[in-house]
Ligand binder design. Structure first.
Ligand code: NAP
Length: 512
């Protein structure tokens, strides 16, 4: 696989939209700056609005942050073009084809094309249909220089049925290896490092199972509420569809998967999908004990008053959509049977952070700091909640954002005459060690799509398995006899009910 794309046209549908301006073009500009794009790559933005190439370039330039992005864009901008087209019009797509041919000095037979659908999901099928009808998706074999690939943004379906319909539709026009379904979490350095950390180092892998791990906790906490202008879209989805079904289940899969035979994209995805398929589908009657959904009410975030979800502009009256989801998931396989995977995502929480905590079992016998007369159970409980002494379980924390770091907590003897153990930490921080910030996720993902490496993109069976699990939860929450949605003040740690999910584990939700 080449490290740089050959003659390529990147066609971005939705070129005047937010994602293109904020993420895609800045990422491409950074690739240009790093010399990874190559002078034979050109970018053709497509949207309905009439605009000249120069007007488009000026608009993008104005949106470019200072620094690498601006510098890269200067060098890239002569290879950026604009074409006005409505993706629902076959005539417009034919005109686009003519334009693309005209802009390709090497000719159709020697130019690869990446179609990026940065469009509303309702337009995905129509766009693909129009492209296919014009013969623009045809590809003879994997190795042809005239390759055709399609990048699809999330959300990929609204539930299992719609995701399957979309997948079936895509497979009518494309082979699976032409489809790049993006989950931008997989483009993050720390997320990719989960695989490296697990399968390059030998010290943790023997412990990475139900015998030694008590629980795994994954948090994606946001302090913002619904974004301006997106309330309508958000309300149709909620926390479960927006974040848990995709990003969080991907994190879970990376933590729980078996070692792949090679780093080939399909070997890795085969292992991830096995985990997603092994997710225990809870009985609706058990949902109250294994899940909590909630929405934020008025509160205070960073010292400022914040309104509740139902008062946000654009949220329909009487909405039952959750802005918080907490789950006690289980992976029913030999490695993980009985280990809770605690998943939590919420908006308007006290602090913004994304992390994974792997909590190891405590020693079978506690030798230290045990007051006389305390039962074993009481002693263990007090150790865990910290009320007795500072001996806690070993915890490996993988911080994904805002800091990108790894830390391992363990106990050491406090200096002095008594054997009193106290917690200590080994810390590794990406920025401190490598003296540079990690590249934005879209930078890595765009390069991979351009060079044809699908490893960090989702395969249809992963999407299927994720929806299969998520649908059970969402349908259970919507059932007539379901527990009513809980509430939590904006700027808090979420609803108290979620603490009960730790029943029997004596741990608690991370505070980042
Ligand atoms: N923004 C983000 O941060 C973000 C993050 C994750 C995923 N996404 C996903 O990325 C996609 C794009 O999001 P966005 O926020 O960029 O949306 P957006 O700001 O609403 O932009 C939509 C774009 O589509 C174009 N468009 C709409 N109808 C069209 C048609 N019939 N033919 C051709 N172009 C058409 C619009 O331009 P005209 O009106 O001029 O045609 C505009 O350029 C969505 O699927 C979204 O869920 C976005």
């Amino acid at each position: 696989m080449a490290s740089k794309p050959d003659a390529t046209q990147l066609v971005i549908f939705g070129a005047s939209g937010d994602l293109t301006h904020r993420k895609l073009i800045p990422a491409l500009a950074r690739l240009e700056c790093a010399g990874q794009l190559g002078s034979t790559v050109s970018i053709i933005g497509v949207a309905r609005r009439e605009m000249s190439d120069d007007a488009f370039r000026a608009e993008l330039e104005a949106a470019m942050p200072q620094g690498l992005e601006r510098e890269g864009f200067q060098s890239l901008k002569d290879r950026v073009f604009y074409h006005s087209a409505d993706v629902t019009s076959t005539a417009d797509i034919h005109a686009l084809q003519t334009r693309l041919r005209g802009l390709s000095p090497s000719g159709d037979a020697n130019t690869g094309r990446l179609f990026y659908l940065s469009l509303k999901p309702e337009l995905f099928a129509k766009t693909l249909g129009s492209l296919a009808e014009a013969g623009m998706l045809a590809m003879e074999n994997r190795d042809t220089p005239a390759w055709r690939r399609v990048v699809v943004e999330k959300p990929f379906g609204h539930d299992l049925a719609s995701a399957r319909t979309l997948n079936q539709y895509m497979h009518q026009h494309l082979r699976e290896y032409q489809i790049y379904r993006i989950d931008h979490y997989l483009g993050k350095e720390t997320v990719q490092n989960i695989l490296g950390f697990r399968f390059h180092n030998t010290i943790f892998e023997p412990l990475w199972n139900r015998h030694h791990i008590e629980l795994v906790q994954i948090t994606v906490a946001e302090s913002i509420g619904v974004e301006k202008g997106r309330a309508g879209f958000y309300d149709e989805n909620g926390a479960m569809r927006d974040v848990v079904q995709n990003h969080m289940l991907q994190l879970l899969a990376l933590v729980a998967m078996e070692a792949p035979a090679t780093l080939d994209g399909d070997d890795i995805r085969n292992q991830k999908v096995e985990v997603l398929r092994a997710l225990h589908l809870p009985d609706p009657a058990d949902l109250a004990a294994s899940s909590v959904r909630a929405r934020y009410v008025a509160g205070e975030v960073d010292g400022k008053a914040a309104i509740g979800y139902l008062d946000e502009l654009g949220v329909p009256k009487g909405s039952q959509t959750e802005t918080y989801a907490a789950l006690r998931a289980e992976v029913d396989n030999w490695r993980w049977s009985g280990v809770p995977f605690m998943l939590r995502h919420g908006k308007r929480m006290k602090k913004k952070f994304t992390e994974i905590k792997v909590q190891f079992r405590t020693p079978p016998v506690q030798l230290f700091n045990r007051p006389e007369g305390l039962s074993d159970r009481e002693f263990r409980k007090k150790l865990r909640d910290g009320s007795l002494c500072q001996v806690r379980p070993n915890i490996l924390t993988i911080s994904i954002q805002p800091s990108e770091a790894l830390s391992l907590s363990f106990g050491v003897k406090r200096p002095g005459a008594n054997m009193v153990m106290t917690p200590a930490k080994l810390n590794f921080n990406y920025e401190d060690v490598f003296q540079c910030e990690s590249a934005p996720a879209y930078q890595r993902l765009l390069l991979d799509a351009l060079i044809g490496d699908p490893t960090l993109f989702l395969r249809s069976d992963e999407i299927d398995a994720s929806w299969r699990y998520s649908d059970v939860i969402i349908d259970g929450w919507r059932a007539a006899d379901a527990r009513p949605i809980s509430e939590y003040p904006a700027g808090s740690w979420g609803p108290e009910e979620a603490d009960a999910l730790f029943e029997g584990c004596e741990g608690g939700w991370s505070r980042g």
